[in-house]
Design a protein around this ligand. Structure first.
Ligand code: NAP
Length: 228
């Protein structure tokens, strides 16, 4: 049995627990200091994990646009960039997304046999693809693959809520960084940390506060998942 990497997550939420608006506008409501913190957390990880809708909504490359953080990684004997990892169950994800076209080391895509065969050929060469036979990507297997094939020991999930919910449901989250932002969105359709408010998780996840840092108008928090 291959050990999986340590899994942390990083989200900015409004005071009413939303990660975006009803229209899934880009997650851009946190401060420059929070965005720097996001990069610092990313830089400490070997891989960054992102769901298909966030890749599209936020047009993110998931690179490391901070030369000092890249240099610090290199000093530690690491690659300048963490491995970039995308997840899509359907495989219906546009290869034109910035994540795939950015001038960065090629990313990894975990998807399923549901991916149309034409898309499989389109993606060959622009990323490493893993096609799971199940209807949904087996997240435990995907994490074990990251560990075994890429030596990944620490992963950060940067969204979105649907992906975080899947990871929580599978018991695969160890830690959460949550930035409380001075905004209240309201609205029925705005996603939360676990995506659209809907069914309860099979079991509630218990967490323990390990860090809390008021920063300007925001508050950075870090939580450890309690097992058992
Ligand atoms: N505030 C924040 O910190 C923050 C952070 C990130 C994102 N966001 C916001 O969140 C919104 C997007 O979140 P979202 O919940 O709609 O989408 P999401 O989690 O980014 O992406 C959902 C998609 O990811 C794929 N996926 C989810 N679980 C998977 C699994 N177990 N295995 C394989 N693929 C899986 C599926 O792709 P397919 O449909 O292709 O199967 C699914 O439709 C955006 O508005 C974004 O701006 C906010």
């Amino acid at each position: 049995m291959i050990a999986r990497p340590f899994v942390t997550a990083n989200f900015a939420i409004t005071l009413d627990g939303r990660i975006s608006t009803r229209n899934r506008t880009p997650a851009d409501f946190s401060s420059p200091r929070d965005k720097r913190r996001l990069l610092e957390i990313r830089a400490k990880c070997d891989a960054v994990l992102v769901g298909a809708r966030t890749l599209a909504a936020d047009t993110m490359s998931a690179g490391l646009p901070a030369a000092d953080l890249r240099a610090a990684r290199v000093r530690l004997g690491k690659s300048p960039y963490p491995l970039r990892v995308a997840l899509s169950n359907s495989g219906r994800i546009p290869p034109q997304l910035r994540f795939f076209t950015a001038d960065l080391p090629i990313p990894v895509l975990f998807t399923t046999k549901r991916m149309p065969s034409r898309a499989v050929s389109e993606f060959a060469g622009i990323c490493d693809i893993y096609l799971h036979l199940s209807r949904e990507v087996n997240l435990a297997v995907a994490l074990a693959t990251l560990r075994e094939d890429y030596g990944v020991k620490r992963v950060v999930c940067e969204g979105g809520g649907t992906l975080l919910r899947s990871l929580l449901t599978a018991g695969l989250v160890d830690e959460l960084h949550v930035t409380l932002c001075p905004r209240i969105f309201g609205g029925k359709g705005a996603p939360t940390l676990t995506g659209m408010a809907g069914d309860y998780l099979q079991e509630s996840t218990r967490v323990r506060l390990v860090e809390m840092l008021p920063a300007g108008l925001e508050c950075f928090t870090r939580w450890r998942v309690i097992r058992g």
